[in-house]
Design a protein around this ligand. Structure first.
Ligand code: SAH
Length: 249
């Protein structure tokens, strides 16, 4: 298996593929000024196995198209949706987020938790705007500095991993410069990282390494994740995921 396949194998059984929670998703949904009893159309981009897709489907009327590049995640999402009787509200699309087949102004809401970084924040909000109705909402969670200054170790780490990491004010300015108006912002709590993402991942390490007993690559993936968890625990005062809620002007 190559590195991609191993990463999918480590993450595919996870309930989530990034920090977040039902509470965070619902908080963001309820901060939008929309009548949830009216049918709407939502795109959930980089859905993974669809933790937030399911939560959204349970609280809205209408339909959600969940997009992810990897079929392993979408298979799980489809199975969960069927089990919960939500298959009429959720459809899945295996596609890269930079080549979406959508039409102009197709969606009332574009949702994306922990995934816009793949395109880059600015590129993502520019590309996806086309598919959003005027007055429609863009809802994103994205890694964000919580303070203007921070220890060099964590500053260098994240600037290398993701140079677009920035404070909320910078991200909000990028949204405003690109034709969006901010309607809300909040920061994910620690439990959305530890309880919902890192702890379940840690619990999968042993079985993952057993599935790939002689793989140096598997071992190095686990070491890298462990190091990311260590950094989070040490430096969580300086970064988190911010939830950005914006309206297309
Ligand atoms: N929203 C989910 C998953 C976030 S992880 C959650 O919060 O749990 C990022 C997701 O983006 C992964 O599921 C990954 O498979 C997907 N992804 C990676 N590259 C992609 C691409 N080019 N196009 C679409 N999805 C992609």
């Amino acid at each position: 298996m190559n590195e991609f396949d191993l990463l999918i194998d480590l993450h595919k059984d996870g309930h989530r593929q990034g920090p977040g929670s039902v509470k965070d998703t619902l908080k963001a949904l309820n901060m939008l000024n929309i009548d949830l009893s009216k049918p709407m159309k939502i795109a959930d981009i980089g859905s993974g196995s669809g933790a937030q897709t399911i939560t959204l489907a349970q609280h809205i009327e209408g339909e959600i198209i969940a997009v992810d590049l990897f079929p392993e995640f979408l298979t799980k999402l489809n199975a969960d949706a069927s089990e919960l009787g939500l298959q009429n509200k959720i459809s899945t699309l295996q596609r890269s987020m930079d080549a979406l087949p959508f039409t102009k102004e197709e969606f009332d809401v574009i949702w994306s938790e922990g995934a816009v970084y793949i395109l880059g924040f600015e590129e993502g909000i520019k590309q996806w705007k086309e598919y959003l109705k005027t007055g429609g909402y863009l809802v994103l969670s994205e890694i964000t500095w919580l303070t203007n200054e921070r220890p060099r170790e964590i500053d260098e780490h994240w600037n290398t991993e993701y140079p677009e990491i920035a404070t909320a004010s910078s991200k909000i300015k990028i949204l405003e410069d690109n034709g969006y108006s901010i309607v809300g912002y909040f920061v994910l709590p620690e439990s959305s990282w530890i309880d919902n993402y890192y702890l379940p991942m840690e619990n999968r390490f042993e079985a993952f390494l057993k599935r790939h007993p002689n793989s140096e690559l598997a071992l190095s993936i686990v070491e890298t994740e462990k190091e990311e968890i260590r950094k989070y625990k040490e430096f969580k005062a300086f970064y988190s995921y911010g939830f950005y809620l914006a309206r297309k002007l």
